[in-house]
Design a protein around this ligand. Structure first.
Ligand code: NAD
Length: 437
């Protein structure tokens, strides 16, 4: 089957490469000429484990191409996926749908024969209706269906998530479109990935409900962690104690500096706005979003306290800037709020991240970047683990102690064992675990 993938970002590029790997013919289109030039040269513009090889294999096999000419790609496609960004709109927090609507107009002008237009971007309930209307208005003669097929992949594990999803959600009541979608995903449901076929509006809302629920789970355990610190309990054991209950489940119960990334913050906000517009407020999600917002800055207070109450004139070393490991994505990362708050308090911030420093240079101009974790720690008054990259899990503690001005480690991801750090002579502060000394 021929597919046009509009938007070659984290979702479009991964989905496009995976569909090509299933045997479909995929053309990924992006308006960013630089991105397309890089892809044509075999360079992958994002960091995602396994993606470079997957793209190279499928380009070599002739199943995956890249370009900026949407017209040509759409004309020959049976399915056109919209995978453009839907960031928060400045000022009000609604999803900014201008890229989706522009893509819809461009697609409408180029469609030829029966075409299934699939919204893969995360979009508020009713967006599919508007996409359908835009296409009808632009091309009254067109034969098409608009389907919602939200994407649930996680950056850092995107390929395996796409190829072995917990479920595939398909929102359309059009029988012809359902058949096309079933054919596209056939390799997956042969692997028994459950297919949830439902209405378009239900599919659109399902994506927001999933993200809001996960954000709630994270925020719940974060508040439990704060309580643990006050009452001398251990949040790791609380998480295990509740997570083994199958009704709760062990995932997304890891206390930390608050959720970030390109999805949870903007999607919870967009859901809140949709719900308010429909006079059906989601108060629980409103609270989750506000608790999480405050938490990121609160982490800087934890760091300042670990430094004896002031960081003015001191250097604080941060390990990890991306919102999670195995990605180069810094969108809404907790590190951004932490860095700003530390700088506001008079600290000099030095940072190291295995993949995020290039993007960070633009976002955080006053941060000094180090070439490795040890150079980062040199003469710093505290070392802070912000993102749990594997390379930070087995640092040479003796060497670090020697390099740091003060033996202080603030571990916002609970990577280390407090007893071991204590033995090595560190003042160690983590999240929701009792202080030993
Ligand atoms: P991204 O910013 O990485 O990529 C979007 C791409 O679309 C950009 O390269 C941009 O240049 C391109 N684009 C914009 N308008 C275009 C147009 N008219 N024609 C062609 N290309 C255009 O975004 P992303 O992270 O891939 O997210 C895409 C969507 O998927 C969002 O709605 C997001 O919420 C959703 N989503 C993201 C993730 C994730 O982990 N990143 C997971 C699930 C769902």
């Amino acid at each position: 089957m021929r597919i046009a993938m509009i938007g070659a970002g984290y979702v479009g590029l991964v989905s496009g490469a995976c569909f090509a790997d299933f045997g479909h013919e995929v053309c990924c289109i992006d308006t960013d000429q630089g991105k397309i030039d890089a892809l044509v040269k075999g360079q992958i513009p994002i960091f995602e484990p396994g993606l470079e090889d997957l793209v190279a294999d499928n380009v070599r096999g002739g199943r995956l191409t890249f370009g900026t000419d949407l017209q040509e790609a759409v004309r020959s496609a049976s399915a056109v996926f919209i995978a453009v960004g839907t960031p928060s709109r400045r000022g009000d927090g609604h999803a900014d749908l201008s890229y989706v609507y522009q893509a819809a107009r461009d697609i409408a002008g180029a469609m030829h024969g029966y075409t299934v237009v699939v919204t893969k971007s995360t979009v508020p309930v009713g967006t599919g209706d508007e996409v359908e209307r835009i296409i009808r208005e632009t091309r009254p003669d067109a034969d098409y269906a608009v389907v919602s097929n939200p994407e649930f992949l996680r950056e850092g594990a995107a390929i395996s998530d796409f190829k072995r999803p917990d479920r595939i959600v398909i929102g359309t009541e059009d029988g012809r479109a359902q058949a096309v979608m079933a054919e596209l995903y056939r390799p997956l449901y042969l692997n028994q990935a459950p297919l949830v076929v439902t209405s378009r509006r239900t599919a659109e809302l399902t994506k927001y409900a999933a993200n809001a629920f996960l954000a709630t789970k994270i925020t719940f355990i974060n508040e439990m962690a704060d309580l643990c610190e006050k009452v001398g309990a251990d949040v790791q054991d609380v998480a295990r104690g509740i997570g083994l209950d199958k009704r709760i489940g062990p995932k997304f119960l890891h206390a930390g500096p608050g959720y970030g990334g390109s999805c949870f913050p903007k999607d919870t906000l967009a859901l809140i706005k949709t719900a308010q517009d429909h006079a059906s407020p989601v108060r629980l999600v409103e609270t989750v979003a506000s608790v999480n917002d405050q938490r990121k800055r609160a982490m800087s207070r934890k760091i300042i306290a670990a430094c004896g109450g002031s960081v003015r004139g001191k250097t604080v070393a941060l390990l990890g800037l991306t919102f999670k490991p195995n990605t180069d994505d810094l969108r809404d990362a907790p590190s951004l709020a932490i860095v700003t708050a530390l700088q506001d308090a008079g600290a000099r911030v030095r940072a190291y991240d295995p993949e995020g420093m290039e993007a960070a240079r633009d976002l955080l101009p006053d941060v000094e970047f180090a070439p490795d974790p040890y150079a980062c720690a040199h003469d710093a008054s505290a070392l802070v683990i912000v993102t749990e990259w594997d390379v930070f899990r087995a640092l040479d503690l003796g060497r670090l102690k020697h390099l740091l001005l003060e033996p202080v480690i603030v571990d916002l991801r609970n990577v280390y064992d407090p007893r071991e750090l204590e033995r090595t002579g560190f003042r160690y502060v983590s999240v929701g675990r009792p202080l030993i000394s």
